[in-house]
Design a protein around this ligand. Structure first.
Ligand SMILES: [Zn+2]
Length: 264
């Protein structure tokens, strides 16, 4: 990744300038949009090379399931509030693992749903809410913002002196990345913002947390234990929906049940 290496020398000088100005804020991102896409593709290739850990449903065999997910994706993207709608790839994957209540996103818009979370949800607006949240992590470039903060100047100095390539070095970091509480809250708010112009209930994502709460603490997914309290998250979804005057109220429960029948 020579281009990234050389560009980082430029970035390094910019960063030195910024840090001497005392301006090294949390929103600084040393990566370009193209870097996000490159990193996302590398993560996707890495995941595809580990079918035992990530058994991804075949797109031909499960075409109906993928068509349904992509339909929801298009509805959100075409509603007008996703900033990098045309720049990012927005590819969706289903991982066959019924015991994992999770979804995750890589830079550049590579979004993975475990069958565990799909089967846990019971209406399309809930899935749209979770998808909106994952889209937001990519659209707000949380991974590369966080990597910028994590690695920062020290790593760039080392890269410049050792000629290591940044993507190879941070690849594992991205897969294991946990977003900060701020980024989770930001993604929840954006989920509402993205769904607001559609006819979905824009607080669909809150219903996931309501269902998690109903399970009781014992079955709380591990990834949520380090995240903002579900009660606060549910409130935030509703506050954002009120703030944006969102009026959609469709849940689409029946067709969600039809979708579930297309999964293994
Ligand atoms: Zn998240």
């Amino acid at each position: 990744m020579k281009n990234i290496f050389f560009r980082n020398i430029f970035i390094l000088s910019n960063l030195l300038l910024l840090s001497t100005c005392g301006n090294f804020g949390k929103n600084i991102n040393l990566f370009t949009i193209e870097d996000d896409k490159t990193l996302g593709r590398q993560v996707a290739a890495d995941i595809a090379s580990k079918p035992e850990e990530f058994p991804i449903l075949d797109r031909t065999k499960y075409a109906a399931a993928y068509d349904y997910l992509y339909g929801i994706r298009d509805k959100i993207l075409n509603a007008g509030n996703v900033r990098f709608k045309n720049e990012f790839d927005w590819e969706l994957f289903i991982i066959h693992n019924d015991s994992t209540l999770n979804a995750f996103c890589s830079p550049g818009g590579y979004i993975y749903f475990y069958t565990g979370i799909l089967k846990f949800l019971d209406a399309e607006d809930q899935l749209a809410g979770v998808l909106g949240h994952e889209i937001a992590h990519a659209d707000l470039r949380h991974s590369t913002r966080q990597i910028t903060r994590m690695y920062g100047l020290q790593t760039l100095t080392r890269i410049v002196t050792s000629e290591e390539s940044l993507p190879a070095q941070v690849l594992n970091g991205i897969i294991g990345l946990r977003f900060s509480r701020d980024h989770e809250t930001e993604a929840d708010g954006s989920s509402v913002h993205y769904l607001c112009p559609t006819n979905y209930d824009a607080t669909g994502g809150a219903k996931f947390f309501e269902k998690i709460q109903a399970l009781g603490g014992a079955r709380m997914p591990e990834f949520l234990s380090t995240h903002p309290n579900p009660t606060n998250r549910i409130e935030h979804f509703h506050n954002q929906s009120t703030a944006h005057s969102c009026s959609g109220n469709n849940e689409y429960r029946e067709r969600y049940q039809t979708f579930l029948k297309t999964l293994p």
